[in-house]
Structure formats: structure tokens, C-alpha cells
Ligand binder design. Structure first.
Ligand code: 4NP
Length: 162
């Protein structure tokens, strides 16, 4: 039974949010709880509609056993804002765009991904698009920690039950 519907959101939906989708899926699968989650990603921009994740993001994820090759970029829709319980932004710009799009009805669902990770310095996953490969590895480091923290937050007792 699906209990949590989680949508990861960045600007282009080709670097950070598809990586977050893959990392969070792996986190819940490794804990045997994939069936409880619907996980997806989307962008606030529309430059890359239909494109697979950036090759650098795919390579960096593949090095950690995560396959992003089947994902395709899409833009967040009004239906997403209603359907998902958690709209998770990668940086403050995404957060501001999402908050505006969500309006009064859905604003309470919007949060910064790193908000729940007090162990991480800063609250943004920096955009690696214009940098080199190390930025993608750094993003993965942040996303892996934040995924564990998000799962702990959403399912604090799951570890005891399963
Ligand atoms: P993302 O990275 O938001 O993490 O997918 C970007 C991808 C593309 C662009 C900007 C950021 N762009 O300007 O095309």
C-alpha cells in the first residue's frame, strides 16, 4: 500500500532531481519498503523535456549502482501538485518556484530537501550542470545522506516493524 508520494523537483529535471529520485528509490528498496512509496521527479523549467538525465549524472549514479537511464525529463504539472504529498526542492530557487506554483492549497507540501539533514552544512544541493564531474559526485553525497534522513523522517518506526 502506497503511504507516501514523493516528488523531487529541480530546474531542468536532468541532473539533481532524477538523481534524487534514483537515490531515494534505492534507499527505500534497500530497507525493503519500496511498496510504500511512489517516487518521481520533475523540473520547474521546460528546456529538456523528454531528455534522459545528463550523461555526467548517469555516470556518477552508475558508479554507485543506480541506473538513471530510463528516466525522461518532464515539467511539473498542476496534477503533480495535487497528487504528491511531498514536493521536495533541491535549492532555494526551486523552493520559491514551487511555493508560487503550489499556491495556498499545496504550499504546506513544499520543503527543501536538506532541511531534514542537520548534519549537512547548508540547505541547498548545488546545481552541478555548469561544473565538472566532481559536482555530480558531491550532489550524490548530499542526496544519499538526505535520502536516509527523509526516509527516517517519513517512516520513523519502519525499521522496528520490518
Ligand atoms: P538540474 O540542472 O536542475 O539539476 O536538472 C540543470 C539542468 C539544466 C539547466 C539548468 C540546471 N539548464 O539551464 O538547461
Amino acid at each position: 500500500m502506497i503511504v507516501h508520494r514523493v516528488l523531487f523537483v529541480c530546474l531542468g529535471n536532468i541532473c539533481r532531481s532524477p538523481t534524487a529520485e534514483g537515490v531515494f528509490r534505492k534507499t527505500v528498496e534497500s530497507r525493503g519498503l519500496a511498496g510504500r512509496f511512489e517516487i518521481d521527479s520533475a523540473g520547474t523549467g521546460d528546456w529538456h523535456l523528454g531528455a534522459p538525465p545528463d550523461h555526467r549524472a548517469q555516470r556518477a549514479a552508475a558508479r554507485r549502482g543506480i541506473d538513471l537511464s530510463g528516466l525522461r525529463a518532464r515539467r511539473i504539472s498542476a496534477a503533480d501538485l495535487a497528487a504528491f504529498d511531498h514536493l521536495i526542492a533541491m535549492d532555494r530557487d526551486n523552493h520559491a518556484s514551487l511555493t508560487r506554483l503550489a499556491g495556498a492549497q499545496h504550499r504546506h507540501k513544499v520543503r527543501l530537501f536538506l532541511e531534514l539533514s542537520p548534519g549537512i552544512d547548508g540547505d541547498e544541493v548545488p546545481d552541478p550542470y555548469y561544473g565538472g564531474e566532481p559536482g555530480f559526485d558531491r550532489a550524490l553525497d548530499l542526496l544519499e545522506q538526505a535520502s536516509r534522513d527523509l526516509h527516517d523522517h517519513l517512516s520513523p518506526a519502519d525499521g522496528d516493524r520490518e
